[in-house]
Design a protein around this ligand. Structure first.
Ligand code: DAH
Length: 346
């Protein structure tokens, strides 16, 4: 009998169950009234008096270990749903915490999609640039103030007084991508270049040393200022609403001639005058002009055959207007409470 008990002890200690059915077979085999342990207790009556003590102790041990094993197997198969029975199927599901796009990305994507509809491609260039692409090929004079350390972040300056072409710097505008595109593609060129730019500015609610621009470039035969105006009018109406008007004011940029700045009628007051447009009825949106022949030539494009226009705009300001953001620093702090507010936008 001792041998039987020992072999049952071994079987019990190694028993495994995969579910409720296995557990029930275990119970029936060892613990039920007609189970093996009951039988053994029945047989125990016939055990000789001399063996009773030892076998009795073993039998009790067997019964206890069968109970313990049964309980531990039971909690094992119930563990995954921690003892609960059927879930409440009417309970609302756990919320999925979806991410959101950054407001700058939302506006950038909107600008890209407007220009893509009229045949513009998207091109990119490096943020760490050389002087040649940021200034020289764009017709900036060697002593132009934008080249000053006070405006531009230099990574390495190897310039002598008369040549700064080898200087490495953080691009101060996305116009540098114009140069790269003209150097690597033949007209017709129709492209926009969104990207980050860097200027050595003290950080405040109204200025930041990092911001975003979108550059536009269109080069072909017979491109005129009228094409520029009509393209920008289309853009302004898609971006700010069908009812907006635009106005072009003469301006100056070294890389365009003639140059202009474009305003749109104030999207807040509709042009009547409010504190956002400083009671002028207009908001300044972008700089533009006809690409200077010297720039075309510097980039290897025949300025007698081809003409073109270019424009450049910031992304922070339109986003500020659209979402009523009053501090530029919010864009760069990545505070979840700020970013969470753009969840419904794409
Ligand atoms: N690069 C100019 C800036 O950062 C913006 C600009 C003005 C771009 C006129 C152009 C342009 O392409 O034609 O202020």
């Amino acid at each position: 009998m001792l041998e039987i008990i020992n072999s049952l002890l071994a079987e019990i200690s190694e028993a495994k169950v995969r579910g409720q059915e296995d557990l029930e077979s275990f119970r029936l085999r060892f613990l039920s009234k007609k189970g093996l342990i009951s039988d053994l207790f029945e047989e125990f009556k016939n055990v000789s008096a001399s063996e009773k003590k030892e076998i009795g102790q073993k039998l009790n041990l067997l019964k206890q270990s069968a109970f313990n094993k049964y309980n531990s197997l039971k909690s094992e198969i119930q563990a995954p749903d921690s003892g609960s029975k059927i879930e409440d199927l009417t309970r609302p599901s756990y919320p999925f915490n979806l991410g959101s796009r950054h407001p700058i990305s939302i506006i950038r994507n909107e600008i890209i999609s407007i220009f893509e509809r009229i045949g513009f491609t998207v091109s990119e260039g490096p943020e760490i640039e050389d002087d040649d692409h940021v200034f020289t090929k764009l017709n900036f004079a060697p002593e132009h103030p934008a080249r000053d350390m006070q405006d531009t972040f230099y990574i390495s300056r190897i310039s002598s007084e008369d040549s700064c072409r080898g200087d490495i710097l953080l691009r101060t505008h996305t116009s540098s991508v114009q140069v790269r595109v003209m150097q690597s593609q033949k007209p017709p060129i129709r492209t926009i270049s969104p990207g980050r730019v860097f200027r050595n500015e003290a950080i405040s609610a109204r200025a930041h040393c990092i911001f975003h621009q979108v550059e536009g470039l269109y080069i072909d035969e017979n491109v005129s200022f009228a094409d520029l105006r009509q393209t920008l009018l289309f853009f302004a109406r898609e971006m700010y609403g069908k009812e907006v008007s635009i106005r072009l004011r003469p301006s100056y940029f070294p890389f365009t001639e003639p140059s202009a700045e474009m305003d749109v009628s104030c999207t807040i007051c509709g042009g009547k005058g409010c504190n956002v447009c400083k009671y002028t009825g207009w908001l300044e949106v972008l700089g533009c002009g006809m690409v200077h022949p010297a720039v075309l030539e510097a980039c290897g494009i025949d300025s007698r055959k081809y003409t073109g226009f270019a424009f450049g705009m910031g992304i922070e300001r339109p986003a500020m207007l659209k979402y009523q953001i009053n501090d530029l620093r919010l864009y760069f702090e990545n505070d979840i409470r700020f970013l969470d507010q753009f969840k419904t936008a794409f």
